[in-house]
Design a protein around this ligand. Structure first.
Ligand SMILES: [Fe+2]
Ligand SMILES: [Fe+2]
Length: 281
């Protein structure tokens, strides 16, 4: 049985053959069964992923608003259809992450406080940054997300070391991120966004978002009574060791003037996920 699809798929000549932007509803099967350290039984890795999950709903709301602000200036009807599907996908991601984030409360994490902290950061960026920079920030963060998604599909050790429930959840999110990875970029270009604005916005995103993300991780560490052992540090380093080179390579591509998100061919990973999602959902 395929995953429920409340919205139509957006097809486009901008996408690889057989790939569309298809919003799907994700249903957790048994969120209560997810252990506290669901990522490789490792608090370091789990806290980092949990902190990303906390940042995701306000982050995606920011992306939706940034892209929608320019929607009327997009003349290509295909791109407008893709924007609609992008908004629907991000809306569904927000909903599922909210559900996941709420479930973290049972591990002693002060979920309300962390969500409020993440919302403050994103709201302040929305208030203070010019709209074009907000769109540029979105373009960059969509690329960062696409890097993470690409890693999830190309490095099997990542998903295999997760508890099956969050593994299925992150793979669903990752697949949809790959489907819509170029939408914000194409809107940015369609409304005259150039290279320097794109790079400036990327640097602004790194400077503004890294400190609050690190603070969330630190607070989660403090709230966790489990002792972090040398073995846990070693296994976290080992996993990062496998990922940092390809991640850095993909990040470097972003700084080339001719960059486009589909320079990285994620079509095979998407097709593989389409086949497996059909079997396992
Ligand atoms: Fe998303
Ligand atoms: Fe996205």
């Amino acid at each position: 049985m395929a995953m429920p699809t409340p919205f139509p798929a957006a097809s486009s000549s901008r996408l690889p053959e057989g790939v569309s932007v298809q919003p799907r509803t994700f249903a957790f099967r048994d969120l209560e069964s997810v252990p506290q350290h669901w990522f490789a039984d490792n608090p370091i890795l789990t806290h980092v992923e949990n902190a990303f999950s906390i940042m995701i709903p306000p982050g995606e709301r920011f992306f939706i608003r940034a892209v929608r602000h320019f929607e009327d200036r997009v003349s290509d009807p295909e791109l407008r259809t893709l924007v609609k599907a992008f908004v629907q996908q991000e809306g569904l991601h927000m909903r599922a992450h909210n559900q996941f984030n709420q479930s973290l409360g049972r591990f002693g994490i002060d979920v309300k406080r962390e969500i409020a902290a993440a919302e403050r950061v994103m709201d302040s960026m929305q208030r203070r940054l010019p709209h074009k920079v907000q769109l540029g920030v979105t373009v960059f963060l969509e690329h960062v997300t696409a890097i993470g998604a690409h890693m999830l599909f190309t490095e099997p050790a990542v998903a295999e070391s997760m508890h099956p429930e969050p593994a299925r959840f992150w793979r669903w999110h990752a697949a949809e991120e790959l489907e819509h990875k170029a939408v914000a970029f194409d809107v940015f270009r369609a409304v005259g966004g150039g290279y320097f604005l794109r790079i400036f916005s990327a640097l602004a995103a790194v400077l503004l978002l890294t400190p609050p993300l690190v603070r969330i991780v630190r607070r989660m560490e403090k709230q966790d009574p489990r002792q972090v052992t040398d073995e846990m540090r070693r296994s976290a380093r080992e996993l990062n060791g496998k990922l940092w080179r390809p991640q850095l390579r993909m990040l470097a591509q972003y700084f080339k003037p001719g960059f486009h998100p589909w320079i990285c061919d994620d079509e095979p990973h998407l097709k593989q996920w389409y086949a497996s999602a059909r079997e396992t959902t």
